[in-house]
Structure formats: structure tokens, C-alpha cells
Design a protein around this ligand. Sequence first.
Ligand code: GP9
Ligand code: MN
Length: 407
Amino acid sequence: DESEISEIERYMKQETGSKQSTGMFGVAEDKNVIFVSIESFQNYLLDSDINGTETTPFLNDLKERDDTIWFENFYHQTAQGKTSDSEFIVENSLYPLDRGSVYFTHAQNDYHSLPEILNNNNYETSVFHANNKSFWNRDVMYDNIGYDEFYADDSYEETPENSFGWGLEDKEFFKQSMPYLEEQDQPFYSKFITLTHHFPFELPEEKANIDQYDSGSQTLNASFQTARYTDEALEVFFEELKKSGIYDDSIIILMGDHYGISEFHNKAMGEFMGTEIDGYEHMQLQRVPFMIHIPGYQEAEKHEEVVGQIDVKPTLLNLLGIEDKNDLTFGSDMFSEDRKGFIAMRDGSFVSDHYIYTDSICYDRETGEEIDPEKEACAPIRETVDRELQYSNDIIYGDLFRFYDFN
Ligand code: GP9
Ligand code: MN
């Protein structure tokens, strides 16, 4: 009820809210935002090669450029809701639920989501994803949180040549999206959700431009081919955006939604990485690409801060110069000096500047060494993490934003 939300509000305003940076405020004011959620993409793919062929030549180049801000320690924070969890975290800066998908279980709640805020600031908002509208209950949730348009599989032309695995291949997906994108009123916010690099990483042989890896895991082996394919699709998309003229008035954000290779493949993954996958390495494998590409910008740097999906909403609003003073977010602006200092996973694991905590073990983040349990180094952050996860659950299960005035 109202007293619960007041307590949570106090916590969020003190600990997680109003941490906007001034330096980057409004850098992308009035720009279109093209947000690409890259299916199952993890950081181990970046700068990797198979038999001397780069897996992700386009992304490797993009992340080093002066017009791309790359956060190399960006973590996904999803749970059972997979892609839908990543969408939920980005749109709301709340945690996903400990079980199920909030997109299914609490699609009718009151939220104060990114598309709604952008709508209020004169943006047209849309989602592009070539799958069934009701997958993950997206049609219902999108409607509730304020997306203007949802271009789903019925907006695309699928043929036996351009579809396999989960459906329409990413290159066709981007190409066929262009006419719809060109119809958007500017400025727009458009989210694109790719599909080809999804388990079981199926790709017709003639579309593969890199070898499979060679290990005991057919899943890991095949994943390099679909990752390479999606990297090429992103390059196609950038070219299409340039051709249409949209590129110059836009920023493009690329984000991996969650892991693609589960811990069942730890043995093969360990061979690939050249190290055994313990709890520490497992956590480090939860890093996914996060790049902010700003055409015309020349001062971009690589960022080493520990950040995650929970931070996307405040970061993006800050870049767009949108002040939403009463917003309640568990994330902070990634560019702020005064960030919260940890990224929490749904199961209570976390990564902080100095520590990584998982499965009741506290590791030194720099060295990966286990810290003597007597030292209790992780304990204070553990408490805050549990508190935040509980607050987030309270908000969702109790639909507490009903009682809060965002104006
Ligand atoms: C389905 C796509 C994949 O539409 O988003 O979902 P996932 O299995 O990754 O949650
Ligand atoms: Mn996914």
C-alpha cells in the first residue's frame, strides 16, 4: 500500500535515484534512438576467432571507434523470462521476478516505462521483432507500457529461403524493417530484437562465413556461425540506415539480451576460454555487449565501470536530456561519478567494483581469487542486494506504482 511505496521511494531516491551525470546530459538530445537487442550475444564472442577468422569483425571494429562508447563490463541481469526479462529491466529499471516472466504474470500493473516517458517527450515508439505477437505476452505488455507500434511476424515476408530456426533471418529482418522505420515520425525510439543467434544456433551451411568450433558441445560449436551471421546482419543494418538518411539523426544502442551458452556447456566453454569455469568465470561470462554509437561524436572511450541492464533507462534518458525527476529506478546513470557500485543478479549474486559474489563465495574481482570467508568482505553489499531484490518484488507483486505519483 501507500506506506510500503513511501519506504521504497525513500530508499530509491537516496541510494539509486538522482545520480545523473552532468557531462553527458543531452548529448543525444532530440535524436532518434535505435535500440538493438542482440539475441543471446555474450562478450566471449567479441575479439574471438575460429581458425583465424574473426567471429564478429563488424562489432570488433565498431566498439573501438571514436563514435562508439563501449562498456566492456556490462552484465545482463535476466532470469527465467530470458528476452522478456531483459526488455523489462531496460524499460523499467526494475529487477525481473525470481520465477516466471513478469511480462506474463504482471503485464497489467502500473509502470512508468521508457516508452511512456519518451511518448511524453514527443517520441514515437515502436518495436520490431519477427516472431508471433503473443510470444512472451509482448502484445499485452507493449500496449500497457505505451509502445505506439509493434511490427511482428505478420509485418514480414517469410520464404523458405530466408527463414530457418526461429524464423526470419536477421539480414532480411533488418532490410524488411526499413520501410516501416522510414514511416516513423521523428524523433522516434525503435527497439529491434534479433533472432538468428538463438539456441540451437541453426544456420544453412551456405550462409556460414566461419567454421564451427571443434569441441564436445555441438551447441557451442554452432554458435560461432550464427554469431558471425548476426554480426554481418548488423553491418547490413548500419548500411541501410545510412542509405535512408536516418543514420545521421540517430543514436544506435546495441545490447546483448542474455547468455546463449548455458553452464551445461562449461567443459567446452572452458576449453575455448583456456580456463576452468568456476563461479567467478561463470559470472564474468554473463557480460554482454553494450555499445552506444553516436554518429558525429568523436570523444568516445572504452568504459570499464561495472554496469548492467538496470542502468540503461536512466543512462538513456540522461543522454537524451530528459529529466524525469520523480522516476524510481534501481539503476544509475552509467556516466555518473556517483553510481551505486554494484550490479545484482536475480539470484542474489552480484558484481561490485572490488568483489564478485556467487554461490556463497566471495571473489576478488580483479584476480578471481576466493576471499577468506572470515573476512566477510561481501557481506555489506549482500545485504543491500537482498533488500533491493525484495523491494523490486514488492513493487511488482503489490503493483505498488499505483500509489505513487510520477509527476
Ligand atoms: C522470442 C525471442 C527469443 O521472441 O525473443 O526469446 P528467448 O528464448 O531468448 O527468451
Ligand atoms: Mn533472448
